[in-house]
Structure formats: structure tokens, C-alpha cells
Design a protein around this ligand. Structure first.
Ligand SMILES: Nc1ncnc2c1ncn2[C@@H]1O[C@H](COP(=O)(O)OP(=O)(O)O)[C@@H](O)[C@H]1O
Ligand SMILES: [Mg+2]
Ligand SMILES: [Zn+2]
Length: 268
């Protein structure tokens, strides 16, 4: 039954995949903040969390434990704002106890992801941001294969400044090339420490690994996002970081990435 899929996703103008080579680099944080930023920029946005092993998006928006409502056309996303400009759909909504590990095997996982892609009623959104599981696993391949016919704009690759993470991103780049997904660019997260007191950014670790890799690989570098306790806390508490901390260097950094993405949009 491929028909309903065409209907729901064909009304989505831009599909952006957020990828990373390994967990814990801030992929979900970046995906959530970009979705939020797009909403603040006046876009209609969907955020789809297909990380079956560690769904964290509901928590970041304070909508953990919400039930998904079904309408005749499919599943309705959970809206995080009154205006219904940002809708979230996560495997997390389907998991009973939030600590349940999802240990489904490949075929069941793949079926679930396909259903996620096809059955959510996004209506006429401008952007669908997809938070993928880390790595280059079955889930990735399923997501990308199911999305191919909709010509996703491409993938954002999230890395941290350290060499190990950069190596993982190199594998992601190869994966994108093999699967024919355009790379929108690389984002270096946890890049320096933003002091919550004075806003100064200190480079705790080395910096620039992401940018160097982008240059080497001939893909755009989209920016550095500092490690910021206020961002961690906002995510933990499901609060709107961008509204609360618009003065912070981290907000500025996120906004720069966002503006680059929106600029790409104009080239279409
Ligand atoms: N720039 C940042 N500043 C502060 N904390 C961050 C930042 N990016 C991510 N984190 C925190 O690091 C942890 C892992 O981030 P997450 O987005 O869940 O990673 P991933 O999805 O790649 O596994 C979370 O607790 C998150 O709040
Ligand atoms: Mg995650
Ligand atoms: Zn300070």
C-alpha cells in the first residue's frame, strides 16, 4: 500500500534528514532546535523522530507521554504550540514505559519506520525535519529509500570537534554519496563552551574538525554550536531555548545555521 504515502508526504515542501555517525553528539538537539527556529522564522514545520533506540524529541518539547490521535487519514502529530505550526511525531509516543528499550528486529523496525513516513498527517508544512538513529544502519537505509521518491533536500551531518566523531561523519558522507542523498552541510556541535554568566565562548577541546572535514569533502560547513548549559537545561525541561536565551552566543550560532538553510531554500 504505497498510495497514502504519496499523499501525506507530497504536500511537504522540504525534507531534511539529520544524521550523525554516533549517538550523543547532539543530533536530536540540533534537529529540535532547527525545527524550532524554522517555526520562529514563520515556517510550518514537522519534526519526525525515528530513533527507535533512544527517542528524545518528545522530552525536548515537554510533550512526553502524549497520546497520538488518529483521524481517518492517519496519525496526527502532537503540536507543541497553540498556533499548530510545529508538529512532532515520535516513536516515543508509542512506547508505553519511557524506559522500555525497543528491541525489535530489523523487519519490524523497518515496517514501523515505513508506517511513520507514510501515515502521519502533516498537512501543508514547509519543512519536515527527520531525526534519524545514529550510524548507517538498516533504519537509515529504510528511511532514505522510502524518502527517495520525494527528493529530500538532503542531509545535515552533526559532529563534535573531536577527531573520533569526525571519523564517524566521514562514514556518513560515504553513505550519503552511495545512497545519492545530497549533503546540505556539516554542523560542529559542542564546539567550545558558552559561559552562562558572561556569554564568552571558550574552546575547551580543539575546534575546527568539522570545518576541515567539510573543506576536504567539498560540502558546505554550516557553523559551530557551542556547548551551552542553558541549552542542555532547556532541552531537559522541555522549554523554548530560543525564546528564553535569545541573547546567548548559542542562539546566534543556531540562527546562523538556520539562515543558511533558509537561503538554500531560495535557490530551489
Ligand atoms: N550544544 C549543546 N550544549 C549543551 N548540551 C548539549 C548540546 N548539544 C547536545 N547537548 C546535550 O547532550 C546530550 C546528548 O544530546 P542529543 O541531542 O540527545 O544527542 P544525540 O541525539 O546525538 O544522541 C543531551 O543531554 C543534550 O541536552
Ligand atoms: Mg538522539
Ligand atoms: Zn563567564
Amino acid at each position: 500500500m504505497d498510495a497514502p504515502m504519496t499523499d501525506h508526504l507530497s504536500t511537504v515542501r522540504h525534507v531534511i534528514l539529520v544524521l550523525s555517525g554516533k549517538g550523543g553528539v547532539g543530533k536530536s538537539t540540533v534537529a529540535s532546535q532547527l525545527a524550532l527556529g524554522l517555526k520562529h522564522a514563520g515556517k510550518k514545520v514537522g519534526l519526525l523522530d525515528v530513533d527507535l533506540c533512544g527517542p528524545s524529541v518528545p522530552k525536548m518539547f515537554g510533550v512526553e507521554g502524549n497520546d497520538i490521535h488518529q483521524c481517518p487519514e492517519g496519525w496526527l502529530p502532537v503540536y507543541v504550540d497553540k498556533e499548530q505550526r510545529l508538529g512532532v511525531m515520535s516513536i516515543g509516543f508509542l512506547i508505553e514505559g519511557k524506559d522500555d528499550a525497543v528491541v525489535w528486529r530489523g523487519p519490524k523496525k523497518n515496517a514501523m519506520i515505513k508506517q511513520f513516513l507514510s501515515d502521519v498527517v502533516w498537512r501543508d508544512i514547509d519543512y519536515l525535519v527527520i531525526d534519524t538513529p545514529p550510524g548507517t544502519s538498516d533504519e537509515h537505509i529504510t528511511v532514505i529509500e522510502s524518502l527517495k521518491s520525494y527528493c529530500p533536500d538532503g542531509a545535515l551531518l552533526v559532529t563534535t570537534p573531536q577527531g573520533v566523531a569526525v571519523g564517524d561523519v566521514r562514514r556518513e558522507l560515504t553513505f550519503c554519496h552511495k545512497t545519492g542523498v545530497p549533503v546540505l552541510g556539516i554542523i560542529e556541535n559542542m564546539s567550545g563552551f558558552a559561559c552562562p554568566c558572561c556569554g564568552e565562548v571558550t574552546n575547551v577541546f580543539s575546534k575546527g574538525g568539522g570545518e576541515a572535514l567539510a573543506k576536504q569533502s567539498h560540502v558546505p560547513f554550516l557553523g559551530c554550536i557551542p556547548l551551552d548549559p542553558q541549552l542542555a537545561q532547556s532541552s531537559e525541561e522541555g522549554k523554548d531555548f530560543q525564546e528564553l536565551f535569545a541573547q546567548s552566543p548559542t542562539y546566534t550560532a543556531l540562527n546562523e545555521v538556520l539562515q543558511k538553510l533558509i537561503a538554500v531554500d531560495k535557490d530551489f
